[in-house]
Design a protein around this ligand. Sequence first.
Ligand SMILES: Cc1cc2nc3c(=O)[nH]c(=O)nc-3n(C[C@H](O)[C@H](O)[C@H](O)COP(=O)(O)OP(=O)(O)OC[C@H]3O[C@@H](n4cnc5c(N)ncnc54)[C@H](O)[C@@H]3O)c2cc1C
Length: 397
Amino acid sequence: MPKSDPAYDVIIVGAGASGMMAAATAGYRGKSVLVIDHAPKVGAKIRISGGGKCNFTNRTVSSANYHSQNPHFVKSALARYPSSLFIDMVERHGIDYEERDHGQLFTLNGAGEIIAMLRTECDWAGVEIRLNCSIEQVTPLPKGEGTHPIYELHSSQGIFTTPKLVIATGALSYPKLKASDFGYRLAKQFAIPVVPLRPGLVGLRIGLPDWTDLAGISLPATLSCQGYDWTRDLLFTHTGISGPAVLLVSNVWREGLAIGINLLPSIDAVKEVLALKAQNKELRPWLRSHLPKRLADYYWQLHPLDGKPAELPDDTLRTWAQALQNWQITPTGTDGYGKAEVTVGGVDTQAISSKTMEALTQKGLYFIGEVLDVTGDLGGYNFQWAWASGVACGVAV
Ligand SMILES: Cc1cc2nc3c(=O)[nH]c(=O)nc-3n(C[C@H](O)[C@H](O)[C@H](O)COP(=O)(O)OP(=O)(O)OC[C@H]3O[C@@H](n4cnc5c(N)ncnc54)[C@H](O)[C@@H]3O)c2cc1C
């Protein structure tokens, strides 16, 4: 097999969001950079992101928008590469964008413009990209400078060597877009721990009887789990629940936990229900006036109250109204990696430098982007992590 000669200063595996960002950053510093991807095109996930419009970042980003076993890990990279810097780049490239609710920024003319921008930045920075290239083996050769090994990559397009190997292979979500477990396997090869993986930003399955009757209903609701709560649209599907509120809560939900659903987030249900008693009015028509009829009837079937409010004790009415604003449902599972936008868990950030993204116990080996145990909320936060971790690594390699 032909060996790369001279060796590259940096090899990045994965031509996705974080990999291209790191590559351009390192290339501008004069490093010789090779990016390898087994897919036929760069940035496949960017292309389908945000419904094809790519929610490329958010106006307001903080560590509170991320989930990780080490919640402080993201702070350094996010502080050094805030969303305003990515917005500057988008504007320099003449890409039109719009701000939607909750500070989410989307392209106006399609995600392809973000891919083209990153590709252009890589070209300007002199980065070489090899596509359709799969890696069979990574071997550390103990002959680098100081304590640095040289990494030898055996690939379908030859053997490549480098003292700085960056893993930007993303996570398990959307296997049809060539997502792979490469990063986790490589971490294990070097005894770097991996936090258990599960699908995130994903719909949840509900096993209650006749649930399909609710399919298609959408309404604003507050969903809560593990001390977090989000008020967004909730969508009922044939198999469970989805929509922004559910995707957000799915990042913190774990098998066996209940989620709380407040179906009436903008009213004081206890006050209104006690007022019905005073006015000698019925409960069921009140419920139907506040919720889509199919949902009101379904909820009433599960939680009926016999008797008119006027005949019931205040405590009974209060408990019923409180339950309506904290409907406890235990999902049976998620819609899985095929539908999940992200993967929760990943390479343990306790084992990685938050400044450079280098593994603490393996010189010259870096992990960036979603392969790490860093998961953002819905709203452009996952891309912002990809950009910020890519830059943190790109300036360090
Ligand atoms: C449907 C969908 C919509 C999304 N929408 C948004 C959004 O609007 N906003 C947002 O912030 N986030 C969104 N995300 C999440 C976002 O796409 C990811 O968090 C982000 O792309 C992660 O960047 P990355 O560089 O870590 O990985 P990726 O962008 O996934 O790149 C990984 C690259 O590595 C390559 N690769 C994998 N395995 C190998 C291997 N063995 N050998 C060689 N190459 C390999 C892949 O082909 C890929 O090109 C969405 C995700 C999905 C699935």
